[in-house]
Design a protein around this ligand. Structure first.
Ligand code: 6GP
Length: 831
């Protein structure tokens, strides 16, 4: 290649890249302190050291990112795009150091500069642009795509405010505060792309031309500007991109109004444009039909598709080859507008005839469903869609009429047709996004075997009849072993490496290698080391709780953890009722009897959607029960209860490695998969759970004798609910122990009982999530947990066996499934 100008030798030397020996690292860090931060080395604090170290690491990422992107452009492989409204990334520095293989050297380097790497890492604020499972899954998938050198980009929104910060008020209630995560100074992990911008239109009118074409004009235009986040692969140069869009006004402010003295008016349009990407909606599993949310969805899909289309056009290929170069994964229904948007581009801008366009579209998209809960199925009022996106509403109606062919296949079955319709009749009519996503995609998948089966037999049943079963598949979720083993549990990772006599990279890239641990299950020395790591992780957690909350934890107790979003279907309520039941049982005992009881510490953490009243009451009950239980001199040494505020990815990284047992206790058939269940098991924690989601596949791997299952099975749930509705039995008869617990709460044992009545009534009345049905077997399962824990050696063996069998749950496996069975893309890496 020829150099554009100047002396080739000078260029070549300058382009040699970065040296990564320790002296070069310290030099680079200090350089950033002095130049990028304009600070003095003699008064540097941990935050400054974090910023400088991050900038220095970033330099490495940028070079790899450049090479990778250049390679993709030259080689032009088929690419996949993961469209997700949520990416719950957590912290980046530690992960970047691990993936680049530079952790030891930076540790040494910052040490020489008088800092401790652990303290520096703690300075970083989580990037929390997601609610829970769906968003964290997206983050694990990016890590696995880059690590396997797959050409995959993520597309999302750059929210100015992430998921709210959770505080606990004096009465024990959740309080919300904003999360201005970008206010720490510049975010070193993103690159603003002032040159990558697209205009996005809202409102206006759509005028039909000949045939199926139309012109959409007028309305409001806003600008989408790209911010790129580098996603380093582990043990490879491959560094992918997460492109997040920020909304900006097309014109900064209106000079005319300004000159006329109307200053508010002058910035009005700018404010309304910026509002689009200002905040992440904090609801999971519920939709509210808010216009701003629909704006977010369109803004993001339109900008992403424009970007994808521009990249495709640069290849100079005929438009008919679009699906040979582009695969788009829809992370739940949030990006479904991409389907009519791509139709609009093909038809109105590229002159592709309707049928051909539909063919291309349905070969491009793939749709993942993440829940069968009815309240999560997105629907948008037709009048709202018509006003905000008039052209898309036309296209959706056109697809709808095309879809009328369904009637021919099932003549006379009007109910079926009504269920499959894109439009739900009512006042107003609504657009059903799941139906649109299904018919516009090549494949539809659920996220664990049971869930995918429920998708096939419930929400998508009619579509299975129509399209045949092969369109409906399963990809069981996975987790990245880089973050969820090596980063969060370095001690365990080291022990595994020493025991298997393998470099860490061997099992971090092929998690099935952990099976090698099975040979050591009976080795007492290995068992001891295994147990010692769990113990030190408990102490690390206890230290965290002591420094943040000022509470002292008994680290010789069994640690029992439930951490996830607060939701009735996840049944934190069952857990807290179980804890209270345990407390009452302990109080019934004599002091002598109590001495024989194994101590237990129960941890909860998780956020409730700000408008979810019952979920917030559950938090309040947990917090107030904790106050009573932890201060009761008769029991406080054998039972402690904590609600850790402000759950986050970083907090999970401390909690998960410390757990002996964790709870995944959703009503059967309601938790699509769960992913923290996999994280706990990988770190040697055991599960108590229902026969639901990925719990089932975990038990298949580790053996049912290593999982504590309880509760009714999915097929029974519907009948039980029906009975509750029409043949209700009072709780005193149905489940006396639970009735006693409710009565104690009601009677004010944990503070004013009347506060909790609405929560208690959800159980006493219809009990939709079947606590009264599962309580007895739940308590039995916990009893079995206690008994098993008495035999510590047996417990450690279970723990080793569980961790050893987690190979299937690496997100590397999940991403390979998507790459091969759906996207049809291949690994390719820069030289
Ligand atoms: C979640 C599911 O509830 C959880 O079971 C699953 O593990 C996770 O997705 C990843 O697949 N669903 C959501 O978070 C959600 O908002 C619309 O679904």
């Amino acid at each position: 290649e020829k150099w554009p100008k100047g002396d080739e030798k000078v260029w070549r030397t300058a382009l040699r890249g970065l040296d990564t020996d320790v002296p070069s690292i310290t030099k680079s860090v200090v350089n950033h302190v002095q130049t990028s931060l304009a600070r003095q080395a003699y008064n540097l604090d941990n935050l400054g050291a974090y910023q400088a170290a991050a900038l220095s690491v970033r330099d490495n990422l940028i070079l790899n990112w450049n090479d990778t992107q250049m390679h993709y452009t030259r080689k032009a492989p088929k690419r996949a795009y993961y469209l997700s409204l949520e990416f719950l990334m957590g912290r980046t520095l530690d992960n970047a150091l691990l993936n680049l293989g530079l952790k030891d050297k930076y540790q040494e380097g910052v040490h020489q500069l008088g800092f401790n790497l652990e303290d520096i890492l703690e300075q970083e604020r989580d990037a929390a642009l997601g609610n829970g499972g769906l968003g964290r899954l997206a983050a694990c998938y990016l890590d696995s795509s880059a690590s396997q050198e797959l050409p995959v980009w993520g597309y999302g929104l750059r929210y100015k405010y992430g998921i709210f910060q959770q505080l606990i008020g004096p009465d024990g209630s959740q309080l919300e505060a904003p999360d201005p995560w970008l206010q720490q100074g510049d975010n070193p992990w993103e690159l603003p792309r002032l040159d990558v911008t697209y205009e996005v239109r809202f409102y206006g009118h759509a005028e039909r031309l000949d045939g199926m074409k139309a012109i959409w004009s007028g309305g409001q235009e806003v600008v989408a500007m790209a911010y790129d986040t580098m996603i380093p692969g582990y043990d490879t140069k491959s560094t992918n991109n997460l492109r997040l869009w920020e909304s900006k006004p097309k014109r900064g402010f209106d000079l005319q109004s300004f000159n006329a003295g109307d200053y508010e008016r002058a910035v009005e349009s700018s404010n309304s444009a910026e509002a689009i990407t200002s905040v992440l909606y904090p609801n999971d599993h519920t939709t509210f039909g808010k216009e701003l949310r629909l704006k977010q969805q369109y803004f993001w899909t339109a900008a992403s598709l424009a970007d994808i289309m521009r990249r495709f056009k640069n290849l100079g290929k005929p438009i008919t080859e679009f699906p040979d170069y582009v695969a788009i994964q829809l992370n739940d229904t949030h990006p479904t507008l991409a389907i009519p948007e791509l139709m609009r581009i093909f038809i109105d801008e590229e002159d592709v005839p309707w049928d051909a366009a539909w063919q291309l579209v349905t070969n491009t998209f793939f749709f993942t469903n993440h829940t069968v809960l009815p309240e999560a199925l997105e629907k948008w009022p037709v009048p709202l869609m018509q006003s905000l996106l008039p052209r898309h509403m036309q296209i959706i109606f056109d697809i709808h009429y095309l879809h009328v062919a369904v009637e021919k296949k099932f003549p006379g079955d009007r109910d079926k047709f009504a269920r499959m319709s894109l439009i739900e009749e009512g006042y107003p009519q609504q657009v059903r996004m799941a139906n649109l996503a299904c018919i516009g995609s090549r494949k539809v998948n659920g996220v664990a075997e049971l869930h995918s089966e429920l998708v096939r037999t419930t929400i998508m049943k009619d579509f299975v009849d129509y399209y045949g079963i092969s369109k409906f598949a399963n990809v069981t979720n996975g987790i990245t072993p880089r973050r969820w083993l090596d980063q969060c549990n370095p001690g365990l990772s080291k022990l595994i490496s020493e025991t298997l006599k393998l470099p860490k990279a061997a099992f971090l890239k092929d998690l099935f290698k952990l099976e090698g641990l099975l040979k050591f299950v009976d080795d007492p020395i290995f068992q001891k080391k295994w147990a010692a790591i769990k113990q030190s992780n408990k102490e690390r957690l206890a230290h965290y709780v002591e420094t943040t909350l000022g509470l002292k934890i008994n680290t010789h107790a069994m640690f029992d953890v439930q951490i996830k979003r607060l939701h009735e279907y996840k049944r934190q309520t069952l857990n807290i009722m179980g804890v209270i039941h345990r407390y009452l049982t302990l109080k019934d005992m004599t002091p002598e009897q109590r001495k024989t009881v194994n101590p237990k510490v129960v941890f909860f953490a998780g956020k409730a959607a700000p408008g979810y009243y019952i979920a917030k009451l559950t938090i309040r009950l947990i917090v107030n029960a904790a106050r009573i239980i932890n201060s009761d001199p008769e029991t406080k040494d054998i039972l402690q209860l904590y609600f850790l505020p402000d759950y986050s990815v970083s907090l999970a990284e401390v909690l998960i490695p410390a757990s002996d047992i964790s709870q995944h206790i959703s009503t059967a058939g309601t938790e699509a998969s769960g992913t923290s269940n996999m994280k706990f098991c990988l770190n040697g924690g055991l599960l108590v759970g229902t026969v639901d989601g990925a719990n089932i596949e975990i038990a298949e791997e580790v053996g049912e004798n290593n999982v504590f299952f309880f509760g009714h099975l999915t097929p029974a749930v519907e009948d039980l609910r029906y009975q509750h509705m029409y043949h209700a039995v009072p709780i005193e008869q149905k489940c006396p122990p639970l009735a006693r617990v409710l009565n104690e709460v009601s009677a004010g044992r944990f503070g004013d009982g009347s506060v909790y009545e609405p929560l208690l009534n959800t159980i006493r009345q219809h009990d939709y999530y079947l606590l009264t049905e599962d309580f007895d077997s739940y308590i039995q399962a916990l009893q079995l947990v206690d008994e098993a824990y008495q035999d510590r050696t047996e417990w450690i063996k279970k723990s080793i066996r569980t961790s050893a069998k987690m190979g299937k749950f690496s997100s590397d496996r999940a991403i390979q499934d998507y790459a091969q069975e759906y996207w049809n893309i291949e690994s390719t890496k820069p030289e």
